[in-house]
Design a protein around this ligand. Structure first.
Ligand SMILES: Nc1ncnc2c1ncn2[C@@H]1O[C@H](COP(=O)(O)OP(=O)(O)OP(=O)(O)O)[C@@H](O)[C@H]1O
Ligand SMILES: [Mg+2]
Length: 286
């Protein structure tokens, strides 16, 4: 297995156990201007903290502002009010040491599997041989040894996710931002990918914000689950998940009594918000 030294790091990365991997979101409010010129409040006073190396899942009804929150953590967008601090510094642009994974594949179709995974190290000007060795090592870790020369269209959906995971983790990010990364996968593949993500996360321990609609997935993976209200989104409750680590198989953890207990508690809180969001949407289309 590769040690941390086998994988190149950029300045500001690879310090997941230190305070520069803390994410502090405080009083985050985001307003958009609608095409009709009205002000629409998507987020209102969102506050929560992700400790260094912590795995934080965020659940909430559709449209409550989860992706909007992430765009401000990553520095792709700016808050109307409030702040996001990463490692004590206010985010005001793309932040160093942050990797992403989204629901839709972000792979370049004209590059091979190896070429896609190499992109991070190439951007960071890692010497070619070292970058190639690192990319091959990461492809092995995600179970894709032998597939280096394939193109994304020659892979299954689950395999493409593995490539995306290798491409995100090869940078040894201090922060990993995931927006429904496995949302498009079938149930079994999703469980396998989640288990693999946990294993890899345990090797690098970045601070994670993981957005999902799947409450079971949130409880199985996370140290902390943040429940958001229907829009404008705010934090309704934060649950600490005291299931021991390493968690092992995501599919099997679901049968543990403590898992079921936590799942019920959180669902009680979330259900109300999901129903409210649904009623609003249904009302809007009636
Ligand atoms: N650039 C924008 N301009 C105007 N409104 C926006 C913009 N981006 C997001 N919104 C609105 O902000 C609200 C929150 O959107 P967001 O994508 O953050 O929700 P979400 O919680 O990620 O939803 P989902 O679970 O469906 O992905 C939505 O009502 C959306 O229409
Ligand atoms: Mg979203």
């Amino acid at each position: 297995m590769a040690s941390r030294n086998d994988v190149a790091t950029s300045p500001g990365t690879g310090a997941a156990d230190q305070a520069d991997a803390r994410i502090e979101i405080s009083g985050l409010t985001k307003r958009f201007l609608t095409p009709a010129g009205e002000v629409f409040t998507a987020l209102s006073g969102v506050s929560f903290t992700v400790e260094p190396g912590q795995f934080c899942a965020v659940v909430g009804p559709t449209g409550c502002g989860k992706s909007t929150t992430l765009s401000m953590v990553s520095g792709l967008d700016r808050p109307s009010e409030g702040s996001v601090r990463v490692g004590g510094r206010e985010v005001d642009g793309i932040t160093d040491g942050v990797s992403f994974m989204f629901q839709t594949d972000a792979l370049l179709p004209w590059k091979t599997v190896l070429g896609n995974v190499l992109m991070g190290p190439v951007f960071r000007r890692v010497p070619k041989r070292q970058a190639q060795a690192s990319a091959r090592d990461w492809l092995r870790r995600v179970g894709l040894a032998g597939f280096e020369d394939r193109y994304p269209h020659q892979l299954s959906g689950g395999m493409r996710k593995r490539v995306a995971m290798a491409a995100a983790l090869i940078n040894e990010p201090r922060i990993l931002i995931m927006d429904e990364p496995f949302g498009a996968l079938d149930v079994q593949t999703k469980a396998i990918m989640s288990t693999e993500l946990l294993n890899l996360w345990e090797q690098i321990r970045p601070s994670v914000i993981f957005i999902t609609h799947d409450l079971d997935e949130a409880v199985a993976l996370a140290d902390r689950v943040v429940v958001m209200t229907s829009g404008p989104g705010s934090v309704k409750a934060v649950f600490d998940i005291d299931l021991p680590r390493p968690r092992g198989s995501v599919q099997e953890i679901r049968f543990q009594p403590r898992f079921i207990e936590l799942q019920h508690q959180i669902w009680d809180t979330l259900r109300e918000e999901v129903e409210r969001a649904y009623a609003l949407t249904a009302g809007g289309t009636a």
